[in-house]
Design a protein around this ligand. Structure first.
Ligand code: DC
Length: 222
């Protein structure tokens, strides 16, 4: 099958909107591959933090992005054979990811890598610009939103469940700052594609959101 015909479902949305969970479950149900594009920005951020690369050195950070030695196994993420699944989820890495994601050369460096995830029988891609920039011809585009309070509450519970300490006020401030950066950057800002289905998950369970996405997908082309 030509790559351009391999089905793609894009799931974009702000941080902690539930898109990661929903994308995983939709991919599982359909037997599709998954692209967690945020993980690529987080991996680049982790490398930069570990190497002490200056965050305003666009060339150096783009080089790190270009040479990432990564692989995904189920829900685990490896960087040069090291399991960094938890390391990339800490808030410092998320905030740094949001900062370096504003650098055009970094986005360019990760472009081809993201396209390479499109394999048969299909792909579910989650991020900020999956439907607008990376897969503009996706069969189905979904934009998940949720109130900042609902998202902070989810993030809080996720962190506590992992044994990571968290403070609700700090989380709310971090989420707002990250939303602001992700929505207002010049390149590929977070925004729903014109043809995206928008779903507010503030008072929905992940399963309800998954069912809605699958319903929309079943209706594609009908
Ligand atoms: O989805 P996430 O929280 O893991 O993403 C981490 C950061 O990476 C997020 O703040 C913005 C950036 N990002 C992006 O700019 N474009 C994407 N497609 C995915 C993530």
């Amino acid at each position: 099958m030509p790559t351009s015909q391999i089905p793609v479902i894009t799931i974009d949305g702000p941080t902690a909107s539930g898109k990661g969970t929903v994308a995983h479950k939709v991919a599982d149900k359909l037997g599709y591959h998954l692209l967690d594009s945020g993980a690529l920005y987080r991996l680049t951020a982790l490398q930069a933090l570990r190497r002490g690369t200056r965050l305003d050195d666009e060339h150096a950070i783009a080089k790190l992005a270009e040479h990432l030695n990564i692989h995904f196994t189920g829900e685990a993420v490896f960087l040069s054979q090291e399991n960094v699944t938890d390391a990339i989820r800490v808030e410092e890495v998320g905030n740094t990811a949001s900062k370096i994601a504003a650098l055009p050369m970094v986005r360019q460096a990760l472009f081809a890598l993201q396209l390479s995830f499109r394999k048969t029988p299909g792909l579910v891609a989650d991020g900020r610009d999956m439907g607008t920039v990376i897969f503009p011809h996706a069969q189905l585009k979904v934009f998940l939103t949720a109130s900042v309070e609902a998202r902070a509450d989810r993030r809080y519970k996720q962190l506590i469940a992992k044994g990571i300490s968290a403070n609700m006020q700090d989380l709310l401030m971090d989420l707002k700052a990250r939303d602001d950066r992700d929505m207002n950057r010049a390149v590929a800002p977070l925004a729903p594609a014109a043809d995206a289905h928008v779903l507010d998950t503030s008072s929905m369970t992940a399963e309800e959101a998954v069912d809605q996405v699958l319903k929309w997908y079943a209706a594609v082309g009908k």
